[in-house]
Design a protein around this ligand. Structure first.
Ligand SMILES: [Mg+2]
Length: 171
């Protein structure tokens, strides 16, 4: 399979991922990244806005799980106020295993699952690899550092490719 590093959709914030956007794309489950997607690295608990976002998605009948490469303790602590059941810590993104496993637990075909995250080389690559709908979040990275800047530089060609693709479909 060809490596596909271009997200299906780029949005600035998790709140742009609305129930109607997901339902319009026939999505029944969301695998959402934690760090720099739902929260900044130093946020141990979800903010009210994140709690509200999760509630609105679940209320529309869509399943939600946190899929993070971070530690079990981090995911559990963050999930305490959310009560999500499809979570995986140390997920080893972008490797396929966890995506396939969670899809099976959700009881959904891969093309009915959205992968939401801030990184092209883990979240987007992982989701694309297994035929899921990939959504990249670009604004949460408030804890900007040189490593992130370097990563974003490497991601830029694929973001540009996405923008070109978007322009074409709009014509
Ligand atoms: Mg992340």
């Amino acid at each position: 399979m060809a490596i596909d590093l271009v997200p299906d959709l780029i949005v600035s914030d998790i709140h742009d991922v609305t129930p109607s956007l997901l339902l319009n794309n026939n999505i029944g489950g969301v695998m959402v990244d934690l760090d720099n997607t739902l929260a900044c690295y130093n946020e141990r608990e979800p903010g009210d806005d994140v709690i509200e976002w999760v509630r609105s998605i679940r209320e529309s009948g869509i399943k939600v799980g946190i899929i993070s490469n971070n530690k079990q303790e981090r995911v559990e602590q963050f999930n305490a106020k959310l009560g999500l059941r499809f979570n995986v810590a140390r997920a080893n993104k972008p490797f396929k295993r966890v995506y396939v496993e969670v899809a099976r637990k959700m009881g959904l075909a891969h093309d009915r699952i959205a992968v939401v995250g801030d990184q092209i080389f883990t979240d987007v690559l992982g989701g694309n690899n297994v035929g899921m709908f990939t959504i990249m979040i670009i604004s949460k990275s408030r804890t900007w550092n040189s490593l992130l800047a370097m990563r974003r530089m490497l991601e830029m060609p694929f973001i540009k490719q996405y923008e070109r693709r978007m322009k074409k479909t709009k014509k």
